[in-house]
Design a protein around this ligand. Structure first.
Ligand SMILES: [Fe+2]
Length: 229
């Protein structure tokens, strides 16, 4: 009768040991990103609008699609259940609509120029996602959720400087994504436990994280002039 809980405990311990170094790496990457962002007080209205607009261009149409790709790519029941719950919340609570409302209120609806400024790194992430590599996509989405949560005060500050009082999107995502991130690390552990030994090195697993980090950098520090390729 004691055998099942012991197996479950061992399983969790092993998975935590596998994912802890990756989680640490992602925490540092998020800290570095945030530290590289300019102070909203010192940006022009044009630059503040641009960051909100490019963030919207990247998130609005891609987040649910990439989380859906994660759902298609994973193989464990545990990861499927976690990603399913994440998607359900995104769709049921209309997060894209919430973001669009935020962008409209800040007068930062994305234009052609905003879309073109993030076009190339966005396409690169899309091609990575198209390969449907389960553990790598889950890790990328854990990074995305973790970064989004910690970016919300900055995004809210940009909008406030632009005269917007709309806060639903930033309030909701500053809270829910903390839980989502932890759940995605649990999904990652489940996926890694199914990979045949030896496991791929961290540098390989972090491929999507690195590509997404480049995309996020282009949201805050856009290519100038916008790249039309
Ligand atoms: Fe969301």
């Amino acid at each position: 009768m004691t055998r099942e809980p012991r197996q479950s405990f061992d399983f969790m311990t092993t998975n935590s040991a596998r994912t802890a170094p990756l989680q640490e790496h992602l925490d540092l990457a998020i800290q570095d990103l945030l530290a590289s962002f300019p102070n909203p007080d010192q940006l022009s209205p044009h630059d503040r609008r641009g960051i909100i607009a490019r963030y919207t261009a990247v998130l609005e149409g891609n987040f649910i699609y990439w989380m859906t790709a994660a759902n298609l790519a994973v193989s464990s029941d545990e990861a499927h259940a976690i990603i399913h719950d994440n998607l359900l919340e995104e769709v049921r609570d209309n997060h894209p609509g919430m973001l669009r409302k935020f962008a409209i209120a800040a007068h930062a609806v994305p234009t052609d120029s905003d879309a073109l400024a993030v076009h190339r790194p966005l396409q690169t992430v899309r091609w990575f996602v198209a390969r449907l590599s389960g553990a790598k996509i889950v890790l990328m989405m854990a990074f995305f959720e973790g970064w989004i949560t910690r970016f919300m005060p900055y995004l809210a500050s940009l909008a406030q400087h632009q005269g917007s009082a709309e806060r639903e999107y930033t309030d909701v995502h500053g809270v829910v994504d903390v839980v989502h991130t932890q759940e995605l690390f649990r999904a990652l552990g489940a996926e890694l436990s199914r990979l045949p030994a030896p496991h791929p090195p961290a540098t390989q697993l972090l491929e999507g994280v690195d590509l997404l980090r480049t995309l996020i950098q282009s949201i805050v520090h856009p290519a100038d002039p916008p790249i039309a390729a």
